[in-house]
Design a protein around this ligand. Structure first.
Ligand code: ACM
Length: 273
């Protein structure tokens, strides 16, 4: 684990891992090794962080899904206790089963063990074969005066996602990802700039094969700042956890010069929504 100091109000830990498809216990164990000794306000893991991604049908989801709203789930139970024991917030992606539907979801477990769920709004490619589109809408979670927005992977492709979270007051967007296209890391610099917001992207690395499906994940997890700079970018293939201090107040000033304010200057009557 490396620690990088910037301005220092909220400390965020971004984890890049490489889970093995369906090996939940082993993936959890390996990921916990990465965050051993971390001191942070929030630890962010990738989308579907402990299950893998390359599913081919709904049946495969049955054995690895979790249902936090019904109090069920091995990873969920583990982190609920972990957050209380370590006085930390943890966010990660997982397969959620709710009634008879599966969602590509993200959970934010608070340091007191309470939690919030976000269900992925924009499903990518074959995800549409087995996941239902998210029905929660975008979420902001406030902890110790910092406002965290939740987003999952392909949400980045729709500028409305991060715009909405920013208009809702996000200081930092927690973006859990399993990126397979090469564009997001650069695009998120612009998403940060156009919204003057921090974006933490926890992406996975490695390769997955399952029957006729195969994916290469792009790694390069990163933190981008409200001025569009890349504060930290990981390598394409190393599993690691990096803790970065940010001053969330940098996201709250939407002025870009004495005359322009990014949000007040919007001319909504000319926009198509
Ligand atoms: C993606 O949304 N996992 C590409």
């Amino acid at each position: 684990m490396t620690k990088e100091e910037i301005l220092g109000v909220a400390a965020i830990t971004i984890v890049q891992n490489n889970p093995k498809l369906f090996h939940v216990s082993e993936n959890l164990e390996n990921s916990l090794e990465l965050i051993k000794g971390v001191k942070s306000n929030v630890i962010l893991f990738p989308e579907l962080a402990f299950t893998g991604y390359a599913f081919t049908d709904r049946k495969e989801l049955e054995g690895i899904c979790e249902s936090p709203l019904e109090g069920r789930g091995k990873v969920f139970s583990y982190f609920r206790q972990y957050c209380v024991d370590n006085n930390v917030n943890v966010a990660y992606g997982f397969v959620e089963k709710y009634k008879d539907l599966f969602f590509n979801s993200m959970i934010f477990v608070r340091s007191n063990g309470e939690f919030e769920l976000y269900r992925k709004t924009h499903l990518f490619c074959r995800e549409k074969l087995f996941f239902s589109p998210g029905d929660t809408g975008f979420k902001i979670i406030e902890e110790n005066n910092v406002k965290y927005g939740l987003a999952i992977c392909f949400d980045w492709m729709f500028p409305e996602s991060f715009r909405t979270l920013s208009l809702m007051g996000a200081d930092i967007i927690l973006h859990a990802a399993n990126l397979v296209l090469p564009y997001c890391q650069e695009a998120n610099r612009l998403r940060s700039l156009e919204n003057r917001v921090f974006i933490a992207t926890a992406n996975r690395c490695g390769h997955e094969n399952n029957r006729e499906i195969s994916y290469d994940f792009t790694g390069m997890s990163q933190l981008t700042a409200p001025n569009g700079e890349v504060v930290k970018r990981f390598s394409t293939d190393n599993c690691e956890a990096v803790t970065i201090d940010i001053d969330e107040k940098d996201s709250r000033n939407k002025k870009i010069n004495p005359f322009n304010d990014l949000f007040k200057d919007r001319v909504r009557k000319f926009y198509h929504l």
